[in-house]
Design a protein. Structure first.
Length: 488
C-alpha cells in the first residue's frame, strides 16, 4: 500500500532559504511530507546526486498576445508552456493585453479561451492597461482584481500603449485602493521619438539604430519619474526589464529610502549587447527589444543588481516573433528599426543560463537563484506559498536538475515556435531533466508527458508586497499631504 502518489528520493533540495537532502512525498498534487526515508510512493523518482528546486515562476512573458500594431506572437499557450517546462519553469504569468477601446473584462475572457485548452503548466494573468477609461478604472479593474488578476503593467512608451502621468496616477491610486501590484515599462517616449526621427531623417534605418534611439538616459529619467509618482501616492511599484545602471541606481536609491520599489532584469541584459544588433542586412532585428541590450558595463551593473537586492525578479520578457514575414520582417525584408517588432525569445533558457553563468561562476548562490527565478515572483504576484517554494502544503512544482549536464543552446533543441534564438551556440552547464507540475511529470529526460490543456488557471491573491508603506514616513504620507479623502 503506497503512502504517496509520488516520492522524489534523496535529492539535494534548495529553496530561497534552505538546503536539505531528503525525500519529498507528494499526494493529490501537493507536497505532503519532507523527510528522510519516507514510505513508498505509487511512483518513485531517484534524485540522488541531483539538485531539486522549486519550479520556476516566469512572471514576464508575452504569449498569444496581439501587439498594438496587430502582430501575433509566434508562441501560443501550448508552445510557450511546453518551452517553459523544458527549461524548468512550472508557472507562467503572461499578460492579458488591453488595446485602446477594448473592454478589459472581454480581453481576459479572450485570453482564457486561448490558454485553457493549450497550457501544459499552470498560469495566471497580469493585465496590460492601455486605456484607463472611467469604466475600466471604476468598474472593470476593481472587479478583476477581486477575481484574481492582481497585477498590471502600464507603459510610458509605445504610441498605442502609453499612458500619460495623469493616467498613471489614476492607475496608481486604484492599485493602492484595491490592492494590486503595478508593473511599469519605463522609458522616455518623447526622447525615443525625437532621436528616432532624427536618425531616420539622416537615413539611419538599420536595426542597430534601435539601440541608439532608446537611450540610457531616457530609461533612467522615466524610471526616476515613475518612482517619484508612486512615492507621491505611496504605492509600491515594480520596474520591469531594467537594462541600465542609470535605472538600477534609481531603484536602489528608492529602496535605500525605504520605499517599496522593486526591480526586474532579464537574460538579454546579462548576455547580449547593442553590438548584437549590428549584423549584416536585417539580421540585427532578431535582437531588437525594448529597452535594448547595452554594453559590457551595463551587463556588470545588472549582475550587481541581482546580487545586491536591487532586482527581486529575473524574467525572460519572452516576446517571440519569428525572423520572417509573420514577425520581425512583417514590414518587408529591410525594415527600418522603427518597423521591427520589439522582443526576444528566452522562456526556455532563462533558468539554465542564469544557473550556468550565475551560480556556477559564484556570482549568485543557489538561494538567490531560487528567489530570483521563482519565490520572489510568487510573492510579488500573490501566488506564494502555493507556488515558488518546496514546502509542505505547496503545489508539487519541482524541477530536478542535472548540474553537470552540458548543453549547447540552439534553435533545434528549444521547444518554442520562434525559429531562432539570440543565444545560438552558447554553452550552459546544468539543466533541469525532470519537471513536475502539481505532482504530474511534465518533462522527463527530453520527453513531454502531459496533454495540452492540463495546466490550470491560478487566481492571484492581493500581494502583501503591494500594500502601501503606510505612515512609516510622515513626510511621504499622501493621506497627510492631500487628505485621506483624495485617495478613496
Ligand atoms: O521589446 C520588448 N520587451 N517587447 C515586449 C513588450 C514589452 O515592452 O515588454
Ligand atoms: Zn515592456
Ligand atoms: Zn515584456
Amino acid at each position: 500500500m503506497a503512502d504517496f502518489d509520488l516520492v522524489v528520493r534523496n535529492g539535494n533540495i534548495a529553496t530561497a532559504t534552505d538546503l536539505m537532502t531528503c525525500d519529498i512525498g507528494i499526494r493529490d498534487g501537493r507536497i505532503a511530507a519532507l523527510a528522510d526515508r519516507l514510505g513508498p510512493g505509487r511512483r518513485e523518482i531517484d534524485a540522488d546526486g541531483k539538485l531539486v528546486l522549486p519550479g520556476g515562476v516566469e512572471s514576464h512573458c508575452h504569449v498569444e498576445q496581439m501587439s498594438a500594431a496587430g502582430l501575433m506572437t509566434a508562441d501560443d499557450f501550448y508552445s510557450a508552456s511546453v518551452s517553459a517546462a523544458f527549461g524548468g519553469t512550472t508557472t507562467i504569468i503572461p499578460f492579458a493585453a488591453q488595446h485602446k477601446g477594448q473592454s478589459l473584462r472581454q480581453v481576459v475572457r479572450d485570453y482564457h479561451e486561448c490558454a485553457g485548452p493549450k497550457a501544459v503548466i499552470d498560469y495566471a494573468f497580469h493585465l496590460i492597461v492601455s486605456d484607463p477609461t472611467e469604466q475600466v478604472l471604476g468598474q472593470e479593474l476593481p472587479a478583476l482584481i477581486r477575481d484574481g488578476y492582481t497585477s498590471f503593467k502600464v507603459y510610458t512608451t509605445y504610441d498605442l500603449l502609453k499612458v500619460d502621468d495623469y493616467q498613471f496616477l489614476d492607475i496608481l491610486a486604484l492599485a493602492r485602493r484595491e490592492g494590486a501590484m503595478v508593473m511599469v515599462h519605463a522609458e522616455n517616449h518623447e526622447a525615443i521619438r525625437w532621436i528616432s526621427d532624427r536618425l531616420l531623417q539622416k537615413g539611419h534605418r538599420e536595426p542597430k539604430y534601435h539601440a541608439v534611439s532608446h537611450s540610457r538616459i531616457g530609461e533612467g529619467e522615466a524610471t526616476h519619474r515613475v518612482i517619484e509618482l508612486a512615492t507621491l501616492l505611496d504605492v509600491p511599484l515594480l520596474i520591469v526589464h531594467v537594462s541600465t545602471e542609470e535605472a538600477a541606481s534609481q531603484i536602489k536609491a528608492a529602496q535605500t529610502r525605504g520605499l517599496k520599489i522593486y526591480g526586474e532584469t532579464c537574460p538579454q541584459y546579462l548576455f547580449l549587447t547593442a553590438d548584437d544588433l549590428d549584423l549584416p542586412g536585417s539580421e540585427g532585428a532578431k535582437f531588437c527589444c525594448s529597452p535594448p541590450p547595452r554594453d559590457a558595463a551595463a551587463q556588470e551593473a545588472m549582475w550587481l543588481g541581482l546580487r545586491n537586492g536591487t532586482f527581486q525578479v529575473f524574467s525572460s520578457d519572452h516576446a517571440p516573433y519569428r525572423y520572417d514575414e509573420t514577425g520581425k520582417l512583417s514590414k518587408g525584408p529591410n525594415p527600418s528599426f522603427k518597423e521591427v517588432a520589439n522582443g526576444v525569445p528566452g522562456i526556455e533558457i532563462r533558468l539554465p543560463l542564469l544557473y550556468s553563468e550565475g551560480v556556477r561562476t559564484g556570482r549568485l548562490d543557489i538561494h538567490e537563484f531560487v528567489a530570483l527565478t521563482a519565490t520572489n515572483a510568487a510573492r510579488l504576484y500573490g501566488l506564494f506559498p502555493r507556488k515558488g517554494t518546496i514546502a509542505v502544503g505547496s503545489d508539487a512544482d519541482i524541477a530536478i536538475w542535472d548540474t553537470e549536464k552540458e548543453v549547447t543552446i540552439g534553435t533545434e533543441m528549444l521547444h518554442d515556435n520562434v525559429g531562432y534564438t539570440p543565444y545560438e551556440g552558447r554553452r550552459a552547464t546544468g539543466w533541469p531533466v525532470t519537471v513536475l507540475s502539481r505532482g504530474r511529470v511534465v518533462v522527463d529526460d527530453g520527453d513531454l508527458l502531459v496533454e495540452r490543456g492540463s495546466g490550470e488557471f491560478l487566481p492571484c491573491d492581493t500581494p502583501e508586497l503591494a500594500k502601501p508603506l503606510g505612515r512609516t514616513s510622515p513626510e511621504l504620507d499622501p493621506a497627510r499631504n492631500f487628505g485621506a479623502d483624495l485617495l478613496r
